[in-house]
Design a protein around this ligand. Structure first.
Ligand code: SF4
Ligand code: SF4
Length: 387
């Protein structure tokens, strides 16, 4: 009997290759770290990936997530083949596809394909044009905002479901309200905001890169968006960070790994089938297997992957351990634990001040929303209470 497990596996079939050159991209410098010579995933690895992932999943629904680099570089035929393999190996399971892209290469053919096969698109766009164009630039240094906005129009025209992924950085952390309004104007009703904190290619470095969000900045940004969202958009616009937090207030674990107690259930595969513990830890010492050589469930349940996951909990600072917000926060992502505090054995999270701000400032409203849901009310009524 085939061994199965509960885990996610995100695919990077184009490895670190991309058709633009965002200044803050943490994956472009993987050229120095990802040692394999495979530029793009081969048909053979694709077939092994699809079969192995479906067979290894304990769930009846198998979620494929395509990311990069930039996955459109592989061309439409690669994804048509992926869908054919999914149909061939589905074995009664439900298959879904999510596709994260910068939008640059999208055209009518791509949009028709996404619609036909119900792909959920994630579009990377930083909201305001001038902010987006600061870092999200072409290989020749040209702005890309207009091309991405055009891609969104195409998706709307073809009724492809999409969400937006926006990076919070040194340029926009104090423009939460304007960024939110710009994304709404583009037609986004599902938003995600991720903080950028980079220390450069050298992992032991504590030199924060200039484009990184300030320590309090991510929290300030989220609180500003939250206040704007509360005015008229509850139940109409969905912000992943707010949904996750509300879920926690209702007693569920966060659906974001960042605020779960342990890591380890979100692995990635590189173009040659090498599997790593997490997208944020694509380094040789975190390579846990290769999907061409062993069942993915075996890799997911391996000691190495288990230890990677537990380390999040066992390396919490004492400051985190005594924090009243720990149950909501769990110390955040280990990648962001880069601060040395006096008397601490382990590094502390750079975004701690942001998390404190966000969790504390939203608490009164979260409490109200939780109670409305518990008593079977309409979540939108929180807007009457707040106004
Ligand atoms: S290391 Fe960070 S991104 Fe990776 S699973 Fe853990 S919390 Fe998530
Ligand atoms: S808010 Fe700060 S101290 Fe509290 S658990 Fe999170 S990172 Fe740790």
């Amino acid at each position: 009997m085939q061994q199965t497990a509960h885990f996610h596996l995100m695919a990077k079939p184009s490895s670190f290759h991309c058709n633009i050159k965002c200044e803050y991209c943490f994956y472009l410098n993987k050229e120095e770290i990802v040692t394999h010579q495979t530029r793009f995933m081969s048909d053979e690895t694709l077939e092994n990936y699809v079969r192995n992932y479906i067979e290894s999943q304990a769930h009846n629904t198998v979620n494929f997530v395509w990311q990069g680099g930039e996955p459109t570089l592989l061309g439409l035929d690669f994804f048509k083949q992926a869908v054919r393999f999914q149909q061939k190996f589905a074995n009664g399971k439900t298959i879904t596809n999510a596709f994260q892209t910068n939008g640059i290469a999208l055209n009518h053919q791509w949009a028709e394909f996404f619609k036909q096969h119900n792909f959920l698109l994630g579009i990377s766009i930083d909201g305001l044009a001038e902010i987006h164009n600061k870092y999200r630039i072409s290989v020749n240094g040209q702005p890309t905002f207009e091309r991405v906005a055009h891609a969104i129009e195409l998706l709307k025209q073809h009724q492809v479901e999409f969400n937006t992924l926006t990076v919070v950085n040194d340029q926009n952390w104090d423009k939460g309200k304007q960024t939110y309004q710009a994304l709404k104007a583009l037609g986004s009703t599902f938003m995600q905001f991720i903080p950028i904190v980079e220390t450069g290619a050298c992992r032991s470095s504590t030199n924060i890169q200039n484009f990184s969000v300030p320590q309090q900045g991510y929290g300030r940004f989220l609180v500003d968006v939250f206040q704007e969202w509360l005015k008229e958009d509850v139940g109409k616009v969905f912000v992943i960070e707010f949904d996750n937090l509300l879920g926690q207030w209702l007693g569920y674990p966060s659906s974001s790994c960042v605020h779960q107690q342990t890591c380890g259930s979100s692995m990635i595969t590189e173009a040659n089938g090498d599997v790593y513990s997490c997208d944020h830890f694509v380094y040789p010492e975190y390579k846990v297997g290769n999907l061409n050589q062993q069942p993915l469930a075996e890799i997911a349940l391996s000691d190495a992957q288990h230890q990677f996951g537990q380390a999040k909990k066992t390396t919490l600072t004492r400051y985190c351990q005594s924090c009243s917000l720990q149950k909501l926060c769990h110390g955040g992502c280990p990648k962001h634990r880069i601060l040395s505090l006096a008397g601490e054995e382990f590094k502390h999270n750079y975004l701690c001040q942001s998390y404190q701000l966000f969790f504390r400032q939203t608490a009164p409203t979260m409490r109200k929303m939780r109670d409305i849901i518990r008593f079977g009310g309409d979540i939108r009524s929180v807007m009457d209470v707040e106004s």
